[in-house]
Structure formats: C-alpha cells, structure tokens
Design a protein around this ligand. Structure first.
Ligand code: FAQ
Length: 330
C-alpha cells in the first residue's frame, strides 16, 4: 500500500489545508497541477486531494461492480447465443473496470476490504442508475448504449485529470466502454427498426431510463458540493451541467434519428446559445435513490453481500489462512 493511510474523518480543513499542512507545499502542488504534471502515489498531496480522490474513485469502482448487475440479469435470457456471448463479455469488462479502479483507490491508502465494507454498510455511494431494474431485454440495450455513452463523456474528460493512477485506469476503461457503446447501439437499432412490438419495447425502456440518465451527471452546478475543489485540482475536468450538455448534444439527435421520443416535451436545442433546454429532472427522487431508497438499492447490496459471503473461503485460502483449501503460494 502506498501513501499515508486514512485521513481522520473529523479533520476540519481550513480552506484547502488540513491542520499542520504547509502552505508552501500546497503552492508547489498547485503549480505542478497547473503545469499539467501527473501526481503519483508517493508524491506529496494535500489531505483534501487524497480524501476527495478516494471518495470519487471508490464510488466509481462500486458503480462498476454494482453496474454489472442490471445487465447481468439478462445473460441467461439474452435472445440468441451471439448476444449472450457479447453480454457476458461486457459484464465481465465492467467487473474488470472495478478491479482497475479499486487498485487506483488503494494507491491512496484505503484498503479494498474497507472500501467493500463501506459499500455494504451503505456508507459509500455508487451511481444512481444502477438502482433501477432492467425490466426487458430492451432495457439492457438502452443501458449498454446510453449509460455507457454517458460514462464515456465523463470518463474521457476525466482521463486527462491530474492523478496518474486514476487517469491511466480511465484510458483503458474508455477504450473498452467504446466497444460497449457500439454493442448497445447495435441492439437499440435492431429493436428500433424491428417489429412494432420491438419498437414499443425499446421506446418504453428509453422512457423509463431517461430521468435516471439525466441524473447520472450529478446535481446542477449551483448545488454540486465537490465540483469547485475537484476542478481546481483537475480531478474533474468539467462541471456536471457541462457534461450533461455534452451528452445531450451528442446523443439526443441520434435517438431522434431512430424515430424514438424522449419523455420531455421541453427538450430542444436553443440554436442561439447552442445549449440544450430541458425540464429539470426531479432532484428529490435523485436524493432518495443515491441515499439508499431507490427501487433496487436493497436488492443490489444483498447480491454483493452474498458474493462477499460466498467468496470468503477463496480470499482466506489465497491469504493462506487456516482453511482446508489453503493454496501453497511458495
Ligand atoms: N449517483 O458534489 P457532487 C458507469 C453524489 S460508471 C450517485 O456534484 P461530484 C460504467 C456525490 O457523490 C458510473 N451519487 O459530486 C458502467 C455527492 O455525494 P457525497 C459512475 C451521485 O463527485 C456503465 C453528492 O451527490 N461514474 O456507469 C451522483 O463532484 C454501464 C453531490 O454531488 C463515476 O463515478 C450519481 N450519479 O460529482 C458500468 C465517474 N452524482 O459523495 C456498468 C466519476 C452525484 O458527498 C454498466 N465520478 N452524486 O456523499 C464523477 O465524475 C463525479 O463523482 C460525479 C459527481 C459527476 C458522479
């Protein structure tokens, strides 16, 4: 494990500094960020940078393992062997992304075990979108196209960010997500150009997922708590509202081109400002969902708890703890 371990959760930061931190070191750190340097695990960094990075990367990692679940439920029911293989590969990739991200977060001093515990106890968040059910095959297609697309908008920007291990993990993740997006787009086009029943299925799925996707980029900029410090230190490379705009600009025309509609009568591009106008999604619903009260939060965490429980003997055996399965490593 690298770096100093935990930041006391009760630390009272004064501006950007923790008690006892040297303002000269902060100035040097900020000059490196301004020059476009990557910060590496053994470099000096303010405790607040470490704390924010752990929070964000850990939430991202949790989103990938929980994110495997809604689509994962369709592996056994995928229409046809070719689609089953592709979906299995995609879900496996998402779990691999979690692995890369947990590794990146571990370089900041928090152990994998503590991160998983914080997920299972509800202390750590994960993306709102994975607390909704994938009711039909079309839902899995919409997730693979549009949630992967939304994730790419965010991750491509943040892959240019300041923390070396996170930025390198995002480079690799974006490359794989771009295949997911093509796979999802292909599935949506197939349904949208299929029978009336198939068109209806994909339209209904899109209608169900629109609000969660609008929430995906986080609360509006005037409400976001962390954007200022994250952008100051180039962890987040753009604001929540700008990322949402980028997504709308790239994908709404593609959705409309397929003859599909979106459940927002006010959605339109203002040609004068170049900005998309839309009805604000319900931010109270968002708060409920990210704080444990969405339609599937309990179910998602129950699956993770079961996975933890069932995998315990493997972890113990690898650590050569006293189990009948202990693997001799040397
Ligand atoms: N869901 O101050 P801000 C994927 C929380 S990967 C849940 O604006 P920030 C791949 C936020 O944590 C998807 N909570 O926060 C895939 C904070 O609460 P806290 C994940 C959210 O950090 C595809 C509070 O609200 N991507 O999908 C959400 O500046 C298909 C205030 O918000 C990442 O994690 C939300 N949507 O901006 C897998 C990317 N939004 O911590 C499978 C990295 C906000 O104080 C299938 N993360 N909150 O208790 C980020 O870019 C940022 O963290 C944001 C939020 C943009 C998500």
């Amino acid at each position: 494990m690298y770096g100093s371990a935990y930041i006391d959760p009760n630390t009272q930061f004064e501006g950007y500094l923790a008690p006892g931190e040297d303002p000269a070191l902060l100035a040097e750190f900020e000059a490196r960020i301004a020059a476009g340097d990557k910060i590496e695990p053994r470099d000096w960094m303010p405790a607040l940078y470490r704390k924010q990075l752990i929070r964000m990367i850990e939430q991202h990692a949790h989103s990938e393992i929980i994110g495997a679940l809604p689509e994962g439920t369709w592996i056994t029911r995928a229409p046809g062997f070719r689609r089953k293989l592709a979906l299995m590969a995609k879900v496996q990739d998402e779990v691999g992304h979690a692995q890369l991200l947990y590794n990146a977060a571990e370089t900041l001093g928090k152990s994998r075990e503590d991160m998983i515990n914080d997920l299972l106890t509800g202390k750590s968040k994960y993306s709102n979108v994975f607390n909704y059910p994938a009711m039909t095959w079309a839902d899995s297609a919409v997730i693979a196209w549009l949630i992967d697309a939304a994730a790419i908008v965010n991750q491509l920007a943040n892959s240019k960010g300041s923390y070396g291990p996170y930025s390198r993990a995002l480079d690799r993740i974006c490359a794989e997500e771009s295949f997911h997006l093509k796979y999802g787009h292909d599935n949506v086009v197939f349904l949208a150009t299929g029978t009336p029943k198939q068109r209806q299925m994909v339209q209904e799925a899109l209608t169900r997922w629109w609000e969660p996707i609008m929430h995906f980029f986080g609360p509006p900029d005037n409400v976001s708590q962390h954007t200022e410090v994250l952008m100051r230190w180039k962890v987040k490379m753009d604001t929540n509202d700008n990322m949402r705009q980028m997504f709308l600009n790239m994908y709404v025309p593609k959705i409309w081109d397929l003859g599909l509609s979106l459940p927002d009568p006010d959605l339109r591009k203002n040609e004068e400002t170049g900005k998309w106008e839309y009805t604000e999604p319900n931010w109270e619903t968002f708060k409920q969902v990210i704080n444990g009260h969405g339609p599937c939060n309990a179910e998602r965490l129950a699956v993770r708890r079961m996975a933890e429980e069932k995998g315990r003997w493997v972890r113990r055996a690898i650590l050569k703890e006293n189990t009948p399965y202990a693997i001799p490593l040397s």
